[in-house]
Design a protein around this ligand. Structure first.
Ligand code: IPM
Ligand code: MG
Length: 386
């Protein structure tokens, strides 16, 4: 074997070892954490960087307000986690510095602001995205992204697989030589089964009648083919729910087809397709700034805005005018997840009033509009009037 192939093969072998170890880790996992059995639910508030700290602080204030009695009774504790900034990550040369990871792991659920994702050509090293790393480190395998436009009959919930696919070893592809670079995509039995079950369980619990799997199994035959087959198998366990499957290209088109798109309810799909299509889907309800997202695992859960860290707004001194709506939507999901459904419903209602109905304050991202903090006050005043 020539030297080039030998080097690349060694790198591939190391990836295989890590992925096989991950499979064993998944197999050893028990049930989902039951928050009702905890004495104290610890909520980590991790601002991230860019506009993250500003918008996360607004959402944090609202959560403290809604859960004030719980905090007093010791049932809920908030912990602010600083340090997930691009500067610290560069200094540690790690997607998540060790001390930050330790703090994150001491929580049960996390509200997270956006983090800057390095890419080639940036002034800092091209380290892995903190989002992607956190999803992997905390094994947050289900990225749940709801999109609703009631007046158009749109009510979708995407279950994006969050730890595998093109992302699993996305920062560990192999530069074989100057002429050849290879990336890998990963599908596991366990990883696909758990996301498919999460989607069907959600459909069952929430009165949904259809689950749709989206892949490109006609071309990416091995990994997408496996993902689709597993979805088909899991579907058999839920005979009361209809199952169909689409390819990602035509699915992307059908989301803009007003007649067809209202037929989709719960959509389950591999990581990269989920990443792409949830941005498209969010656009129908007003853009990524309006959508919240949850990242669920068996032990941990993380809730985040689905937009980026907008460093330009910070450079121009406009971070206090950044729109906190997306992370407040994520806070709604967090409340629901830990069993505070009434508080979640109140916050959602108030947010709808402030964003779409009453609109007493408007956020423009500049000093022509309200600050995120003023908007948070507006939301809390609206809750008091409900
Ligand atoms: C998302 C984002 C991330 C992703 C980026 C920031 C790494 O686009 O949460 O959808 O690709 O998953
Ligand atoms: Mg994305």
């Amino acid at each position: 074997m020539n030297e080039t192939i030998k080097n690349a093969t060694e790198k591939f072998a190391a990836l295989l070892e890590k992925q096989l170890a991950r499979v064993e880790m998944m197999k050893s996992q028990k049930d989902f954490l039951d928050y009702s059995k905890l004495d104290t639910i610890i909520i980590g508030v991790c601002g991230g960087d860019g506009i993250g700290p500003a918008i996360t602080a607004s959402a944090h204030k609202i959560l403290e307000f809604l859960l004030a009695d719980e905090v007093k009774a010791g049932k809920v504790e908030f912990r602010v986690i600083n340090g997930l900034t691009i500067e610290n990550r560069v200094k540690a040369n790690k997607a998540i510095p060790d001390d930050v990871l330790e703090e994150l792991k001491a929580c049960h659920v996390i509200l997270k602001g956006p983090t800057t994702t390095p890419r080639a050509g940036d002034p800092w090293p091209n380290i892995e995205s903190a989002n992607v790393a956190m999803r992997k480190e905390l094994d947050l395998f289900a990225n749940v992204r709801p999109v609703k436009v009631p007046q158009q009959g749109i009510d979708w919930t995407f279950f994006r697989e969050n730890t595998e696919g093109a992302y699993a070893v996305g920062s560990q592809g192999v530069h074989v030589n100057d002429d050849l670079a290879i990336d890998f995509t990963v599908t596991t039995q366990e990883g696909s089964e758990r996301i498919a079950r999460a989607a069907f369980d959600y459909a069952k619990k929430n009165g949904k009648t259809r689950v749709t799997a989206v892949t490109k199994a006609n071309v990416i035959k091995t990994t997408d083919g496996k993902f689709l087959n597993i979805c088909k198998e899991v579907a058999k366990e839920y005979p009361e729910i209809d199952f169909d499957d689409w390819y990602i290209d035509i699915m992307t088109a059908k989301l803009v087809d007003e007649k067809r798109r209202t037929g989709f309810q719960v959509v389950v799909l591999p990581n990269l397709y989920g990443d792409i299509i949830t941005d498209e889907a969010a656009e129908f309800q007003g853009g990524v700034g309006t959508a919240g997202s949850s990242n669920l695992g068996k032990r941990y859960a993380m809730f985040e805005a689905i937009h980026g860290s907008a460093p330009r707004m910070v450079a121009e001194g406009r971070d206090k005018y950044a729109d906190p709506c997306s992370i407040i939507r994520a806070a709604v999901m967090l409340l629901n997840h830990i069993g505070y459904g009434d508080e979640a419903a109140k916050l959602e209602r108030a947010l709808d009033i402030c964003m779409y109905e009453e609109k007493k304050l408007v956020i423009t991202g500049r000093d022509t509009g309200a600050t995120g903090d003023e908007f948070a006050e507006y939301v809390m005043d609206t809750i008091k009037k409900l």
